[in-house]
Each structure stands twice: as structure tokens, then as C-alpha cells.
Write a protein that binds this ligand. Structure first.
Ligand SMILES: [Ca+2]
Ligand SMILES: [Ca+2]
Length: 242
């Protein structure tokens, strides 16, 4: 029964997983990621304007990794009150930061000419627990006056994976038992995978090579994207070398 079957995973990292609304006039600012509201300040497009207790989120499904970096640019508009008005940056349930600015921080660029505006970039490393295969990032504001007086927006959203994983499933569509290989983890050179593989989550930038003499005339298969439903495959061995 055992043949020359193997799995080899090549991780190229960090993986630039996601970006949105990067440039001054990016067309993708108008997609529905985060929000479908788009505004402009000094010729620069951003998602906004938001006020009051507005929050915007990005939900990513079928993502496997242990360590990430999220980056974005906040657009502070008009008369924020320091210590009162703020935005929380939240990954899953963890508050990564609380951002606050004063009304005169920045330069007068847009909207209320009495108050200054600024663009400021931030990035955060965070971990995702083992076993999670989805990620939700939220920007949650608290403002106690109307949008004409104080507001915010955001742009240049990026997500990088610093410890990416590949996850194998016993059923199609990423269901059933799961077994993962993560970059940076010490793993034995040869390992048993405890089930027949039916689907795999593979981020862009990762290559998974697999071979089984009973499948595709024993040719090596290289996968560079997620596989929703594979034909019968059984892999007794795994080898983690580039
Ligand atoms: Ca202003
Ligand atoms: Ca206020």
C-alpha cells in the first residue's frame, strides 16, 4: 500500500494577503470591502466619512495563519476631542489600539475649514489562535457629535501573513477533520496525515506539491491556490523542505 506519496510545502513569506484602497484615486475604494461609503479629502479617496458609533469590518473566511500584520491609514477629519472621541482597532476580540487626536492636529485640508485634518498610518502584529480559519478586523469609532463637526475615514488597508499555514481537510469545502502545516513550526520530516484529503486552504504565495501513484499517473501535482474538492487522494507522508 505505501508508495512514494509525499507532500511538500513551500512557503514564501511574508505573504501579502490583502490590500484595498491604496492610492489617491484607487478604483477599489468603491468596492464593498469594509464599507460602500467613499469620500474625498484634498483629492484623496477614502472609506468614509463615519461618525457617532459607526464601525466598519472586514471578514475573511478560509484563511489559515498564526501571525499577521494589519495596516491602515486613518483619516482624522475636523474637531476630534482628545480623550473622548476615538477609534478602536480590533482583530477578532482583541483591541490592538485606541486612536485619539486633538482638533488642531494636522492641516486644514477638507470639510470644516476651522479644524485640521490628517492622514496617519499604523500597523499592528497580532496572532490568531490555532484552529481558527477565519478572521474579522474591525475599526470601531466613538464620537459624540455630528458628522459635520467631527468624523473619520480609513484607507490603505493591508494584511500580511507572517506565519502562514496550509490546512488540509477530510471533507470537501474545508469541512470535517482539519490538519495544518505552519511555517516556522518544527515538524518532523515525515508525518502521517490522519485522513484522506478532500480539500485544502492555500494562500497565494504558497506552493503545495503532492504525489500519489494512484492519482494522475503518479505525476506530481502542484497547487498554488485553495482546492475545494479533490479526487481520492491519500498521503501517508509529509516533507517540509523548499
Ligand atoms: Ca477640516
Ligand atoms: Ca466630540
Amino acid at each position: 500500500m505505501p508508495g512514494v506519496s509525499f507532500i511538500k510545502v513551500l512557503f514564501l513569506y511574508p505573504i501579502f494577503y490583502y490590500q484595498n484602497c491604496m492610492d489617491a484615486q484607487s478604483g477599489d475604494c468603491f468596492n464593498n470591502d469594509w464599507s460602500n461609503q467613499v469620500a474625498e479629502c484634498a483629492g484623496i479617496l477614502f472609506k468614509g466619512r463615519f461618525c457617532c458609533e459607526d464601525q466598519i469590518s472586514l471578514q475573511i473566511n478560509n484563511i489559515v495563519g498564526l501571525k499577521f500584520r494589519f495596516g491602515f491609514t486613518i483619516v482624522k477629519i475636523d474637531s476630534w476631542d482628545p480623550g473622548v472621541d476615538n477609534i478602536k482597532v480590533i482583530a477578532e476580540d482583541e483591541v490592538l489600539d485606541t486612536l485619539s487626536f486633538g482638533p488642531y492636529e494636522g492641516t486644514s485640508m477638507c470639510f470644516n475649514t476651522d479644524y485640521q485634518d490628517l492622514f496617519a498610518s499604523y500597523s499592528y502584529m497580532f496572532n490568531l489562535p490555532q484552529g481558527k480559519n477565519s478572521l474579522k478586523i474591525t475599526l470601531k469609532g466613538y464620537f459624540n457629535e455630528k458628522v459635520e463637526n467631527e468624523s473619520w475615514g480609513a484607507k490603505r488597508f493591508t494584511l500580511e501573513m507572517f506565519i502562514p499555514c496550509v490546512e488540509f481537510y477530510s471533507e470537501c469545502n474545508f469541512q470535517g477533520q482539519a490538519w495544518r502545516i505552519c511555517n516556522g513550526y518544527q515538524t518532523s520530516q515525515v508525518r502521517d496525515i490522519p485522513f484522506e484529503i478532500k480539500s485544502i486552504i492555500i494562500a497565494n504565495g504558497i506552493q503545495v506539491k503532492m504525489r500519489n501513484p494512484k492519482y494522475n499517473s503518479g505525476q506530481t501535482q502542484t497547487f498554488t491556490s485553495s482546492q475545494q474538492c479533490l479526487s481520492s487522494y491519500q498521503f501517508p507522508k509529509y516533507n517540509q523542505n523548499g
